[in-house]
Design a protein around this ligand. Sequence first.
Ligand code: CTP
Length: 448
Amino acid sequence: MANVITYGTFDFFHDGHRRILERAKEFCGEGGKLFVGVTSENYDRERGKLNVVQSLADRMEQVKGSGLADELFVEEYEGQKIEDVQRYNIDIFVIGDDWLGKYEYLKEWCKVVYLPRTKGISSTMIRNDARHILRGGIVGCGRIANRFMVESRFVSGIVFDAVCNPELRLAEEFSQKHSIKDVFADFDTLLDKVDVVYVATPHPFHSEYVRRALKAKKHVLCEKPLTLDYEEAKALYSLAEENGVILQEALKTAFAPCFKRLVNLVKSGIVGKVRQVNAAFTRLTPDKSLREYDPEMGGGALSELASYVLCPIIKLLGAADPSQMVTHSLRDQGDRVETFATGIIKYSASTGVFTVGLGGKTEGSLAVAGSTGYVYVPSPWWKTEYFEIRNDMGQTVRRVYCPFIGDGLRYELAEFVGAIASGQKLAVWGASDSLALLKLLLAARCNV
Ligand code: CTP
């Protein structure tokens, strides 16, 4: 007789799941019990598994329905297995051999057995069969496009298997690196083949690609800033609406789970009334030959980095009248590119303060001053994964941690795919947020 424990997500309970539970049950013998842990939605999100379709309740119901589990419980965090093994007096831990070697640390408390996976079946396969998989095309092959391709593999419901670049050689290199099936020099040919376009070109080319994709009724995810022309951005969002497709600005910070939590906590009054949002993002970029310094390519500290610092200001304080903003910029390249800029935006009962820089370094933190305390988010807050809530004495009263996995681009993509699937408007970073930000960003660029 033995107490046996095993874990899984058990999305779309299938034969592979049944087989591992059956084999685990055999280890119990007479009088032993099988304990089965099912991952919570939050835990899956935290460990970067964003492709689970069924709710925790449904997944638990299915495991229960198999009749194989004697005890069912929820797995909520990394490290919980050690506690469970002790709490349930476990003799044997069983898991599929896709995890081979991962749970050796449990040998201190119980026997660890890796069983061969059942071949030819997985939740991923079922999800892909059950849902229409969106076909994605990518235009632009630069640094962010490379990072995006890696991250896109963690989001289900979409496959990026087409790439377009006017310089075909670059598209071919990119396709080889990321095993992309189709390569095009012509954007219209790509549009014929895909449902979704990710625009990752340099700033000045965004509008043209986005417009053509929207006219062809394709959903568009476009790198930030969407354009450097307010009326053009407005027209693009209207075009998306007229054509019944989604246009999302790829502002990764807004979609980070921990940043969303911060916004919700502040809005629920955790530091009282918000008096000031102060955000800085500086990245020393000494090589002046880079695109970041090219005025023709929309370079400058503001177009490169202000989307990040204005994001918490817009999310927490809302849209502002640009005439209520003063900006001071240090400039280069014949006065056409900002190397360092600071701005102050006046709201009726608060202020937004931001600093961005390519040619000057500062502590990149985010602070939200409130009437009863403040929130402090250390650098790199634009990839938020940790923040502190401090009281009027500056003492930390709460620490909040929520991982930001990889480059974090998976979060914006998951939200985008979810919005397409549900047909719902984007709540996290929609047209009104994006336009409010652009209005300030453009005004800051004109303001010396
Ligand atoms: N499992 C198995 N055989 C399969 C699929 C899963 O033995 N064909 C096992 C896993 O090794 C694990 C348990 O079932 O021990 C739960 O796996 P889970 O991750 O929930 O299922 P997957 O089908 O692997 O899910 P996904 O495709 O999302 O990775």
